[in-house]
Ligand binder design. Structure first.
Ligand SMILES: C[S@@+](CC[C@H](N)C(=O)[O-])C[C@H]1O[C@@H](n2cnc3c(N)ncnc32)[C@H](O)[C@@H]1O
Length: 346
């Protein structure tokens, strides 16, 4: 961060928001301040996933989204979250669309094969024709030939609370939805959205972290870890379920380590462990089994994310873990069934 005085006041600026001549602020017009946050994230979720999305935000960005928009300096791949629609990296901003265009031209961008997209944030009323016209006008501010089919770079504009932004856009890749058609399913499985979100929560968005899906069942969480490019392994005590998970992983050509084992026998260390606890419906469970699994995870990792359908706070405490964050996820519709997600640390 640097301080920049523009005659109106002091503003914090990030050096790396400039593409050319990082120390040259001359292209800024009076009143046009450079952004403090590097990225704008946009979100989409159903009402019953709102609290889960907020928990994920707190864990990955240390703040919550507001109105499905979040400004942050934290760089997250938008495809790792089921709720992130896009990541917009701010290059420049202005108080009106008309003032934004000359600022884009001043960037002197010469990116061959570029494309311009329009990111509609919550509350932006622009309809298709208006968005198309603006994309065209922004395209004329870039001094290179576009490639709409296989762009080398996607630039974008968006507007939020009266400000207009120009930047680079990375949209969420929906390829993970193919996991809906996995060959082996299991009545105890969590939904794909929760599975994907658990990977983001456990890793805090950092793909270098080592993760274990301790009670992997049909592998819902593992599949999402694999497609997200995470360093994830799985363990499952039941042979039939284990071979079902193997079948699912092979179907998508993922090859993580998978242990046919009680998690307590895995004897490795991980940055975070995810436990979707057995809950006596199709897989046997007792208070002793719950305590056994949580205690094993607490020995192997300083960070344990637990999914349960009953209050397990006493068991968490007895295992030497502290609940750092928490949410409940209701099932869509009238069902009273709810899962709790406990983010625990040693
Ligand atoms: C709720 S299911 C997990 C569902 C899974 N997340 C999915 O989406 O398919 C719990 C699983 O934990 C397994 N399990 C129970 N005790 C275990 C232990 N000690 N070690 C490893 N797996 C265990 C059960 O066999 C069951 O498949």
């Amino acid at each position: 961060m640097e301080l920049y005085e523009d005659g109106i006041g002091l503003h914090k600026v990030k050096r790396d928001t400039f593409l050319f001549q990082p120390a040259d602020f001359n292209h800024l017009e009076r009143g046009e301040i450079m952004p403090e946050a590097r990225f704008i994230y946009s979100f989409s979720y159903d009402y019953h996933h709102r609290d889960l999305c907020r928990l994920e935000c707190r864990q990955m960005f240390q703040q919550e989204e507001e109105g499905k928009v979040l400004f942050s300096d934290v760089e997250i791949d938008p495809s790792i979250s089921p709720f992130l629609l896009a990541r917009f990296e701010i290059i420049t901003e202005a108080k009106s669309y008309d003032k934004l265009l000359p600022l884009i031209r001043k960037q002197l961008l010469r990116t061959e094969g570029f494309k311009v997209d329009y990111l509609s944030l919550e509350g932006d009323p622009a309809r298709f024709e208006e968005r198309k016209q603006k994309m065209k006008e922004v395209g004329f501010c870039i001094f290179a030939a576009p490639d709409f089919k296989n762009p080398s770079m996607v630039y974008s504009i968006c507007t939020h609370e009266g400000m207009w932004y120009f930047g680079k856009l990375k949209r969420h890749d929906g390829a993970w939805r193919k996991h809906n058609n996995k060959p082996y399913s299991f009545s105890n499985s969590i939904c794909m959205h929760i599975g994907k979100s658990l990977v983001g929560i456990a890793s805090e968005g950092d793909k270098s972290k080592t993760l274990l899906d301790a009670c992997c069942g049909a592998g819902t969480i593992l599949l999402e870890g694999c497609i997200g490019g995470f360093n994830i392994e799985g363990s499952e005590i039941n042979p039939k379920t284990y071979y079902g998970t193997k079948k699912n992983l092979l179907h998508y050509q993922y090859e993580p380590n998978l242990y046919l084992s009680d998690v307590a026998q895995v004897e490795k260390e991980y940055d975070a462990i995810i436990i979707d606890l057995p809950y006596n419906l199709y897989s046997r469970s007792t208070d002793e089994i719950t305590a056994h699994i949580i205690e094993a995870a607490a020995r192997m990792s300083p960070r344990v994310i637990i999914v349960s359908i009953v209050d397990i706070s006493a068991t968490i405490e007895a295992a030497g873990l502290n609940v750092q964050d928490y949410c409940t996820v209701e099932k869509r519709g009238y069902s009273k069934f709810a899962r709790s997600i406990w983010v625990c640390e040693r």
